[in-house]
Write a protein that binds this ligand. Structure first.
Ligand SMILES: [Zn+2]
Length: 152
């Protein structure tokens, strides 16, 4: 039985949900796509803004473009309080749980976007208690609070 299933998400239309109770540290789904060279990434305008949600750095030479229908893992939404993370080894990526997940809970991970001038173009609707309002990696979220304060 698969550990996940597609469903309607309040975060962003579609999402993936736990199909059964999942223990912390479980490999849930492979993150698959096309392995491309850094050169191909640089030359493809679709990756221009540096926030290609489905693009992953594999090593110095290769990226993985997961923007394909067959990659079900791409439906997993960002959350400020995620229950999964992306892990990798060699040229393989997968999604693992980072806490115990109950059957029916939506799967999520931190997209890891940097805080930059475009951060407001990526609002977050994860509804977690600690939601910072935007899709920005955990380590940079304090910058949003700081910005809000200086604007007052
Ligand atoms: Zn959020």
């Amino acid at each position: 039985m698969k550990l996940y299933k597609e469903g309607f998400s309040k975060i962003n239309r579609k999402g993936l949900f736990a199909n059964k109770d999942i223990k912390n540290g479980t490999k849930i789904i492979n993150y698959i796509g096309k392995i491309i060279t850094k050169k191909q990434t640089d030359e493809n305008p679709k990756f221009d803004n540096g926030k290609a949600i489905y693009l992953y750095n594999l090593n110095n030479r290769y990226d993985l473009d997961g923007d394909f229908k067959y990659n079900a893992a791409r439906l997993i939404n960002h959350s400020c309080n995620p229950n999964c993370e992306v892990r990798g080894k060699g040229l393989k990526l997968w999604i693992s749980s980072i806490k115990d997940i109950k059957k029916g809970d939506e799967l999520s991970y931190d997209y890891g976007f940097s805080f930059d001038k475009d951060f407001e173009d990526f609002p977050c609707k994860c509804r977690s208690k600690n939601c910072c309002g935007f899709i920005v990696r955990e380590g940079s979220r304090w910058r949003i609070k700081k910005k809000k304060k200086t604007n007052k």
